[in-house]
Design a protein around this ligand. Sequence first.
Ligand code: SF4
Length: 434
Amino acid sequence: MLLLKMVLYQYLKGNQSPATWFEEAQLNQAMQWLGRGYAPARRTWYEFRDRAGKFIERVHQQTISRALDEELLDPTTGVQDGTAVAACASRHRMVNRPTLEKRMEQLDAIIQDKFDGEVPKWVPATDSGKEDLAERMKQASDVLAERIEKNASKRSDKRRDPDKIQVSLSDPQAPLGRDKLKVFRPLYTVQCVVAPNSHLIMSYCCEPSVTDVGTLAPMMDKTQQAVGGRLKTMLADAAYCSIVDLQDCQQRNIELLAPVQSNAFTESKTQQNPTRQIPREEFEWNPAENYYRCPQGHRLEYLDRARKQRHGDRQLWEFRYRCDPTHCGACLLADRCLRPQSACRTIKRLEGQELLDAQRTKMADPAVQARYRLRGQTVELAFADSKGNRRLTRFHGRGRSRARTETGLMVVAQNLLRLDRLERNPLTPMKMRT
Ligand code: SF4
């Protein structure tokens, strides 16, 4: 408990390094007061950080329960968003399969004293360093094989050259993607669900992923667990509003407030495109007879269907509808409606499309838009605080489990600070209800 208090204080000061905690415990009076004079060895701090992963989720749960008991948290509404945090890994040490295989062979020969020639600069000087690198290379090889296999299972037009698929040697578990500054690097994605009025973080996770796709349902379940099933509404951006997400919300009886359009940038880009086809929205859908009617009044009849892969193991049917080529061939709108070299217009419709259409209509309502405005004022503040004030722009420890522990420590530190402020303000509980 003493160590946890000291570590949370260090997180609020923006220090995530156990080596810094060790120094601060020697020199900082506040640390000495929190630890009642206890100043453990450097190694103890590193071991404590690894151990904290086992109980930090429980501490977070206790903080949320206390806020609920004191009526400082309205659990009915949550705002979800994600942010990329750089892994503890160099962006200059990413390798592809041929390079990794070559280096593994070289390192193996060096460890067994069978290497002729000059030892490369990437080889550590000590024996323990070499063994550590050999272990990470083995792990990197497994991760890379998984990535190459996943790439091979993709559609041919989405598949990449296997030799261009890379892995980080510093932290093999971290996926490679672009951060907010568009820098390609190993990173993790942190997801948070924040209560809009109290700004307490109700649930969090840190995943080895470069996008927010597929995180809504797990975060809703986590939040429900934390608040005893009292969550009723989720606010999120368009990345969390696919058909699968809407189906998940429907199953859990939770209302989702999120726009359907990907984002304003994409929309304006699409509108600027001079070769843009007449969009599907201008075709009239007839669900009773299962056909579309085009702007010229002709029917697009059902043609066929195909399975489409979505995040995880989820699949959706995609139905195709086609207009008779004789109508399209003589149509005045053919220039705007058909693709070059195409004889007739085809429209695709995903299973559950009606959910997206209904969501689009709902989000156009001014009353819903007013409720949705809460989103921007909420979750971004938590990320701005952790990155700007607490300097969590890069994880200190390598690997997924340390990244998760560090996220948990930061969330608990932020929540305790916020809870303290809420408890000191006697007027606040009356403002908590949304
Ligand atoms: S090109 Fe075909 S589908 Fe498009 S408006 Fe003309 S007739 Fe209808």
